[in-house]
Ligand binder design. Structure first.
Ligand code: FE2
Ligand code: FE2
Length: 276
């Protein structure tokens, strides 16, 4: 009987991280792997990593991170915004990797049955910087302190005018899909669906690039077995309203060299080892 395993923030542009991914193997031939975004910045690297994992795991389910959505000069794929996301989805389908555009997969192993829902919900700057009450104030605060996410340069929302409008459109598209589900959900998103996990960020103004208030009640409104996220590069386990949240990032070599891999590299989501 397999497990539902998870990882995020592979950032395989770094050779040490690439070596870690090369060494990843399932524990059982039935294991599924959830990949919660930030595989790499360029399409050939993303394709290499997801292709490798799809060959090894019974199923790979991917949710995009901000890094996959960057358009950088060195990337042979220069598509921006929605067009880039759609190109990634097409690539995943070719590799047999499940995306947020596919039907939610039913996992029948121990701790199931659950539906695994990969999400593409970005951010809308509503996790305001300290003392700020609007996006404009928050961004101005960040520009003053110098803590500005590189998304502002590399993540284009085309054809949406702004990243927050793209985020709101994704929220509107996703809510009815979740509401129609009749089994407990494992929600997989690059960003946490609640703000609390961002409260320990070293630079609190970075939180505005880490999610949206629009999803604050999703884990209670929709029956949720677990919420899996990354992006913060702070691997840990928390509970919100009795629901288990796991930050499953590998992170940059300079980060994991400092804190190690306190929960292992592949994180088990189901069967749950942690009970609320
Ligand atoms: Fe990351
Ligand atoms: Fe990220």
């Amino acid at each position: 009987m397999g497990s539902l395993l998870a990882i995020s923030d592979l950032h395989i542009t770094y050779a040490e991280n690439r070596a870690i991914i090369e060494g990843l193997r399932p524990e059982s031939s039935d294991d599924w792997l959830l990949v919660a975004g930030d595989v790499a910045d360029q399409v050939p690297d993303i394709e290499w990593a997801l292709g490798l994992l799809a060959e090894r795991f019974a199923k790979v389910i991917w949710a995009p991170g901000n890094h996959e959505l960057w358009t950088v000069a060195a990337d042979p794929v220069q598509a921006r915004g929605v067009e880039r996301y759609e190109a990634l989805v097409t690539m995943c389908r070719r590799l047999g990797v499940v995306t947020p555009e596919d039907p939610y997969e039913r996992w029948e192993g121990e701790g199931g049955p659950v539906l695994v829902a990969p999400l593409f919900i970005g951010y809308d700057y509503s996790f305001h910087a300290p003392g700020c009450s609007s996006k404009d104030e928050s961004l101005a605060y960040a520009h003053e302190t110098g803590v500005v996410c590189a998304d502002e340069v590399h993540l284009h929302p085309d054809p949406y005018p702004t990243r927050d409008e793209w985020c709101r459109a994704r929220v509107a598209l996703t809510e009815p899909r979740l509401a129609a589900c009749d089994l407990p959900l494992v929600l997989v998103n690059h960003y946490p669906l609640v703000r609390e996990p961002t409260k320990i960020l070293h630079y609190p103004e970075f939180a505005q690039w880490c999610g949206t208030e629009l999803t604050a009640d999703w884990h209670t409104r929709f029956t949720t077995a677990a919420m899996v996220y990354g992006h913060l590069h702070i691997p840990r386990i928390t509970h919100h309203d009795g629901v288990l949240f796991q930050e499953v990032s590998l992170g940059y070599p300079r980060e994991w060299r400092r804190h190690g891999h306190p929960h292992g590299i592949l994180r088990r989501i189901l069967p749950a080892s942690i009970r609320v």
